[in-house]
Design a protein around this ligand. Structure first.
Ligand SMILES: [Zn+2]
Length: 272
């Protein structure tokens, strides 16, 4: 998930609305590292293959989603979950063997991130899904939340990143949260940090960006279709047909706390 920094001279962390979110500009070196075969695989999975970045765990698309080699070499069970005109969740692999408890550990992060994780966990668990999150303080967790420090670039900053479930049906194992002061400020608000963890957990269990069909919905700027459109849709009867903003899986952050809206809950309950 990303957010824009309003002014290049004075960074402001309290007055964000839905504002533009640009992608990382590739350096020539990064572009050279990604083979045409890999770009084709990314496209075959339904993701735009422009502005792809090579990262440690695989390839970063849409600003905060890691596609691993394992996922790129698979044929995920993909479907488009459509629950309102502007609410479309394209799922990739899902977490299987439910009901199950997914443990979450936090490594090397301060209290705001621990509290934030607890906020996100309680919000998911409050939905009564077949997956239950539990924070643990010892032993190997299913999902580890760890930090990275990346300054703003080009007027925007990455808040966090994660990836999709494995082919074996396990959740993605790592969430990275930006500890740079321009991400959450010097005194992070646990509910805001928690809402970003909530978003990244959404990827970990298989959710794409709600607005992947048109990234400008949350990020501003020009129309931008991030993925393929020739896939089947799962229609959820009885859900609103009009637009419904403030989904927890919008590509760009509002810069403040954001949780599940009513359609998000429908989607989560449908899948889990
Ligand atoms: Zn995201």
């Amino acid at each position: 998930m990303k957010k824009i920094l309003i002014s290049s001279a004075v960074f402001c962390f309290t007055a964000f609305t839905f504002v533009a979110c640009k992608k990382d500009a590739k350096t020539p070196n990064q572009a050279e590292e990604i083979s045409q075969a890999t770009l084709s695989k990314i496209k075959d999975l339904g993701f735009a293959n422009s502005n792809v970045r090579k990262v440690e765990e695989g390839y970063l698309v849409e600003g905060d989603i890691v596609l691993t080699d394992d996922l790129l070499n698979s044929s995920p069970n993909q479907s488009l979950l459509r629950i309102a005109d502007n609410e479309q969740y394209r799922t990739t692999n899902l977490v299987t063997h439910v009901p199950r408890t997914i443990t979450i550990g936090i490594s090397g992060l301060g209290s705001a991130y621990v509290q934030g994780a607890d906020v996100a966990i309680s919000r998911y668990n409050g939905l009564g899904l077949q997956i239950v999150f539990q924070r643990i303080t010892s032993g190997k967790a299913d999902i580890t939340i760890q930090g990275f420090n990346q300054p703003p670039s080009g007027g925007y900053i990455t808040l966090g990143s994660s990836g999709f479930p494995t082919r074996q049906g396990d959740p993605y194992g790592t969430i990275k949260m930006n500890t740079n002061q321009y991400a959450y400020g010097t005194n992070p608000d646990p509910t805001y940090v928690g809402s970003v963890i909530q978003h990244e957990l959404g990827h970990c269990i298989g959710f794409r960006h709600t607005d992947y069909m048109d990234r400008s919905y949350s990020c501003g700027g020009a129309y931008s279709n991030e993925g393929a459109s020739n896939i089947g849709a799962i229609l959820i009867p009885g859900t609103p047909s009009g637009p419904d903003a403030n989904s927890w899986m919008l590509a760009c952050s509002s810069g403040k706390d954001r949780t599940f809206n009513s359609n998000d809950k429908v989607a989560l309950n449908y899948l889990y």
